[in-house]
Design a protein around this ligand. Structure first.
Ligand SMILES: Cc1cc2nc3c(=O)[nH]c(=O)nc-3n(C[C@H](O)[C@H](O)[C@H](O)COP(=O)(O)O)c2cc1C
Ligand code: SF4
Length: 489
């Protein structure tokens, strides 16, 4: 891919250009939630030159780059769709992957008409795992139908949501599942090139994917005439430079093109005019990882897993405040209480204050709503979300003022700057909550200001960063009213 020569100085937009995460401590939401477990590390995290919002080690939070501990990994679904090889110790080489039946779905797909593959994905009920939960088949259909001599596929491997380490383990332990899925996707929608946009905070995944791509090319799973078919396809690995907004699909496209990674106004949607204005399919890593299984086992088998309009399995990653933090493959429909109390085994250091699922841009679930089933519409109905599936619990060490301050500080730091309420309003809310955080009270007038900014974020934001901040704020107004009111004089 080429970069845009008209914007040569765009590197200063990013937080980690030219910086390796190395041993740096993290200040993502899971590390914030567990800051009382290691106050010194948390202090270092907050005072380093560039902030690091999530290293994908939330099970060991507060974490640092050099941490090599691994989480518990378990399957709690009738059938493992994504974690089967990961739970068995991983399949990093082509040999181990094919030993587990890998690349047979690709061979099968290449004998099938592209339209029939798209139809199977539509019928499976698979929805995007990157956050929005959009029906994957519908997106594949749009790119399949788009006219154009050139189309692209992009794997969104930016996994920026603090609290999530789902894609990280897929890429590190099962890299060929992602490669196989991308080749199938390219064949189905009529693309000849893909790229994986990987965040720089995952240096191990970078090394493993680079090797896996070289091995796949050498074994004939990538390149010209794949498996002696007439289909040719290749994948490029592109590394981010530390910017949460680059996980948003249109900012991501701008980043690949070398432009300022601002969110694009839609329409046109990427399916119609995406990377370099060509029809582009953008899917999250976990979404893609389910594709070989669906091709092999059939859409109907996939549909039988899950419940309601949320079919199949979902990976959830639990933070270090749980007694059993780890990565779990579950079926949709499991009550949040089961995730918190059975899988996670309850909290380590005190009473549950609330749960945030799917990153900081989502509502907090209070203890009285734990019986809500884990499903897109069901969580949406209580102002929460499935999101990408990071599950972060907070105990009573975290006050509402501290939480609001942390989340809006994150929002302000990561805003792309295109919408004023997000660029300036989130910074203002961060300032408003500095006083209650230091045991004083914010002036009463600032409560009205908070409400105005939250309303502006909800109604005028171009992307989910701004609207997500508002969703979080609404959940605090709704479920933590007393503690919020007490922040003001
Ligand atoms: C602020 C913001 C950040 C996002 N970050 C990610 C991310 O890190 N990874 C991801 O897969 N999707 C992310 N998304 C969602 C993508 O825009 C897009 O919906 C997703 O890549 C589509 O793939 P899917 O349909 O497979 O989920 C983000 C969205 C927003 C608004
Ligand atoms: S809501 Fe924020 S991050 Fe999203 S487009 Fe607007 S300014 Fe950019």
């Amino acid at each position: 891919m080429q970069t845009n020569p008209h914007e040569p100085n765009i590197a200063s937009f990013y937080h980690l250009t030219g910086r390796a995460v190395a041993d740096s401590p993290c200040q993502g939401m899971a590390c914030f939630a567990a800051r009382h477990l290691d106050p010194d590390r948390w202090h270092t995290a907050q005072t380093q030159a560039a902030r690091i919002y999530c290293l994908g080690k939330c099970y060991a939070a507060p974490a640092a780059g050099g941490d090599t501990r691994r989480p518990g990994i378990e399957i709690h679904a009738a059938q493992p769709v994504v974690l089967k090889r990961v739970v068995a110790g991983g399949a990093r080489t082509v040999q181990s992957y094919t030993g587990h039946g890998g690349y047979t779905a690709l061979a099968q797909a290449l004998r099938t008409a592209p339209d029939a593959i798209v139809q199977a994905i539509e019928h499976s009920g698979l929805r995007g795992r990157g956050g929005a939960g959009f029906p994957t088949g519908r997106k594949w259909r749009a790119v399949f139908q788009a006219s154009g001599d050139e189309k692209f596929v992009v794997a969104n491997a930016d996994e920026g949501d603090p609290g999530a380490y789902i894609d990280r383990f897929i890429m590190e332990d099962d890299p060929h599942a992602l490669i196989e899925a991308l080749v199938i996707a390219g064949y189905a929608v009529g693309a000849s090139k893909a790229c994986i946009y990987l965040r720089s905070e995952y240096p191990e995944a970078r090394i493993i994917l680079k090797q896996a791509l070289a091995d796949a090319r050498q074994q004939g799973y990538l390149g010209e005439n794949i498996l002696d078919s007439r289909f040719s396809f290749d994948i490029e690995l592109i590394i981010g430079q530390g910017s949460y907004i680059c996980g948003e699909e249109t900012a991501l496209l701008n980043s690949i093109e070398g432009r300022r990674p601002e969110v694009r106004v839609r329409p046109p949607y990427p399916t119609e005019s995406g990377l370099f204005d060509k029809p582009t399919l953008i899917d999250n890593v976990e979404t893609l990882a389910a594709i070989p299984w669906i091709v092999q086992h059939g859409a109907e088998a996939y549909r039988t897993l899950g419940f309601s309009n949320s079919r199949g399995t979902k990976l959830v990653s639990l933070n270090s405040l749980f007694n059993r933090p780890g990565l779990y493959e579950i079926e949709f429909g499991m009550p949040v209480r089961h995730i918190v109390e059975q899988l996670g085994g309850g909290l380590k250091t005190g009473k549950l204050k609330g749960v945030i699922i799917g990153g900081p841009l989502a509502g907090m679930i209070p203890p009285q709503l734990l019986d809500t089933p884990f499903g897109h519409e069901e969580l949406h109905a209580i102002g929460a979300a499935v999101g990408h599936g990071g599950v972060v619990v907070f105990d009573e060490h975290t006050s509402i003022a501290a939480l609001i301050h942390h989340i809006f500080s994150f929002g302000a730091y990561e805003s792309c700057g295109k919408c004023t309420p997000c660029r300036l309003g989130s910074r203002r809310i961060e300032q408003i909550f500095e006083k209650p955080l230091q045991t004083g009270k914010a002036p009463a007038i600032e409560k009205a200001e908070w409400e105005e900014i939250v309303a502006a974020l909800a109604h005028t934001s171009l992307c989910g960063l701004g609207t997500g901040l508002a969703e979080f704020a609404h959940s605090i107004e709704r479920y933590y009213t007393q503690e919020l009111t007490a922040c003001f004089a």
